[in-house]
Ligand binder design. Sequence first.
Ligand code: AMP
Length: 366
Amino acid sequence: MTRTIGILGSGQLGRMIALSAASLGMRAHIFAPDAATSPAGDVAYKTTTAAYDDEVALEAFAKSIDGVTSEFENVPSASLAILARHLPIVSPSIKALDTAQDRLSEKNMARSLGIATPDFWQIDSQSDLESALGHLNGKGVLKTRRDGYDGKGQMRVESGDDARAIYAEMGGKPLILESFVDFTCEASFLVARDGAGKICHFPAALNHHEAGILAHSTAPADLEDALITKGQEAVAAIASHLDLYGILAMESFIGTNGEIIFNEIAPRPHNSFHWSIEGLDCSQFEQLARIVGGLPMRTPSLRGGANSIWRMENLLGQHGPQIPTLQAQDDVSTHLYGKSEFRDGRKIGHITYQLFDSDDKSYKVV
Ligand code: AMP
């Protein structure tokens, strides 16, 4: 019988999971407040349009699916708990959602697992900020603990700054202050973990952000083997600690002494691995659909040979006019997310192509 996987969330990640599920012969059922007309809903077998805390709708959804995952981490973990009454196992796990929703919990977890982090301080009041700015030696980044994405809810600060003005500007929300990391590059590591606790690594990616938004990723990351092993050990330890069922990415900085410094996790497909659709024989989306749909994981290998290099570039709203030119290029794969409008600074798609020299700086999105 055809299996149906449930996906909480209606964005581009849900869309690409649903497309992979379809090629595996499965159906996708999207659950979100805007499911009916959404990037994921457009390619799904079925949609449920309901709030994430609608218990009746969640119960009905659970009964209509064979497995479930969440395409973003800000779904209340209580919703996953309701689904868990009817499904033997839920992805990415209640613990993974709870931890990934809060930057402070993420950093405390990393520290408890012995993974290096920037210095950080919990900020719940103006006086907390005053005292943390006193301890900060130089530059820092102040972030909202919850709901920040693509550089939103972040502010660069320095020791000696006016805590009162800054705290007021951040709207009195729970915050975390981090010391500014002087990094040589940013790298992300992705791991898949199935219901039996078996782990499968993806090749790491090197990432470049502009204005807090990922601009492009190149993979496999041109880093020393020992560093890759260290990153993979860290992300595997996190996955086990969180009882992960599905996939999880760890974003990190590579410090000036060549050390890995934890930044954050995402217990879901990650933008910096979108190149895996073309670059690997099992993409991050296929791997997740397999796990949730009850198929065995695959060990992904590089397409184009062991030495091939792949680059992904994001398309933001302002890049819309370039789409016809990109779509006309033989060596470029274009993915569009079916967004209803092209807003500046918002992701509307991405492109992937093979690189023949890891130093090639000829970007295609301008
Ligand atoms: P985040 O939302 O935490 O991933 O931050 C977005 C981007 O801002 C990161 O990928 C970095 O480029 C930059 N950034 C965030 N935190 C720090 C930090 N503590 N030190 C230096 N750069 C940072």
